[in-house]
Design a binder for this molecule. Structure first.
Ligand SMILES: [Zn+2]
Ligand SMILES: [Zn+2]
Length: 372
């Protein structure tokens, strides 16, 4: 079938909106009409030199939409169902079976390459040339996506479907880190570095579980104001001229005494990460959810007091368990993701990317059905 999609052809050129031929859903797959797709920082990784994904490629991995057709063998969703698309996983390796699909042995191949040798003609352009359409198993910067049925989560029809795509990655990453990995509990103290979509989702999740001190660090004042409205109790706006590592440690110690029970870094900035580790109390845990930009060099004794640093992919979540949980919180008014979102027609994807990079928009959401 013919679809419209935002295609990245070269690492440093804008996206182009093109007509693409997408094949029918195969065994275990479904066709989804995309009604909204969040723009995540991971969607710019294919622009990096040396990155493994193959261009041209349709990105987009926070899609939400309506099931339009089922391939053979699909029994877990129905035509017409509202679904959130999430990350792809094999469902049968040891980590998938143990309830940790984000650590699927095939995670990289299924999510970050964008195409597979066994399915080269999944999507082709007007000239018949292959286009990658398997980014996170979905490639949802398009009017339609073909994806594995195991990669979607059915959601109730009374929720604002176009805004729910971020539950499949960004919101799941921040909230999942809190629910599934970090020791954020009633009465605990928690510091979050970076108040983007992942950081703010962690703030809302921490408030929901009853953490009493939720400290947010960011360089944008407006984001800190929003963090306070979403449940943060304290904010730190570092002086760009100061020694950021020392300043973080001093401010967090002055707020908490011994330091925080848990921290989450969403920035990938090594000076902030070192400051975050030094701000943990004994046995405190720091989660890292972003690729660290350079080598992380730590003082030799910084972990001596039982501190832990742990990498976390996709909030170590099981999407069909954690996304319904987030929707219940949303319904209760405790997970207002819409407050960090701005919608754009799909044809304005380049503006959405620029606004996300400059920080003027926290979470752009692309609407494929809307004309510019
Ligand atoms: Zn697996
Ligand atoms: Zn993402």
């Amino acid at each position: 079938m013919k679809i419209r999609a935002a295609v990245l052809r070269e690492r440093h050129t804008p996206f182009t909106i093109e007509e693409v031929e997408l094949r029918e859903p195969g065994h275990g797959e479904i066709l989804v009409r995309i009604v909204g797709a969040g723009f995540c920082h991971t969607d710019v990784l294919p622009r990096r030199n040396g990155y493994r994904s193959v261009l041209p490629l349709v990105m987009g991995h926070e899609g939400a939409g309506v099931v339009e057709a089922l391939g053979p063998g699909v029994t877990d969703v129905e035509v017409g169902a509202h679904v959130v698309l999430s990350f792809d996983h094999c469902t049968h390796c040891a980590e998938c079976l143990a309830g940790h699909p984000a650590y699927c042995r095939d995670f990289w191949q299924r999510n970050l390459v964008g195409r597979s040798d066994s399915d080269p003609l999944r999507a082709v352009d007007a000239a018949g040339e292959p286009i990658g359409a398997q980014w996170f198993g979905q490639s949802s910067f398009a009017t339609h996506a073909v994806t594995a049925s195991s990669n979607v989560v059915p959601v109730p029809e009374d929720c604002p479907l176009e805004l729910l795509g971020a539950l499949g990655c960004g919101a799941l990453t921040g909230a999942g880190a809190v629910f599934n990995v970090l020791p954020v509990e009633p009465g605990s103290t928690f510091a979050i570095f970076g108040a983007g979509a992942v950081g703010l989702s962690a703030v809302m999740a921490a408030a929901a579980v009853g953490a009493t001190r939720i400290i947010v660090v960011d360089r944008h004042r407006s984001r800190l104001d929003l963090a306070l409205e979403m449940g943060a109790t304290d904010v730190i706006h570092p002086d760009p001229e100061a020694d950021i590592r020392r300043e973080i440690r001093r401010e967090i110690r002055s707020l908490t005494g011994l330091g925080v029970h848990a921290a989450l870094d969403t920035t990938g900035v090594s000076a902030l990460i070192t400051g975050a580790i030094e701000s943990l109390r004994p046995r405190g845990v720091l989660g890292l959810v972003t690729a660290v930009a350079d080598d992380l060099v730590l003082p030799g004794d910084v972990l001596a007091t039982g501190r832990t640093v742990v990498g976390i992919l996709e909030g170590d979540a099981v999407p069909r368990v954690d996304i319904p949980r987030l929707l219940d919180l949303w319904r209760a008014g405790r997970f207002p993701i819409e407050r960090m979102m701005t919608t754009y027609p799909l044809s304005d994807i380049n503006a959405a990317e620029a606004d996300a990079a400059s920080g003027t928009t926290i979470k752009p959401v692309l609407i494929p059905g809307e004309a510019a």
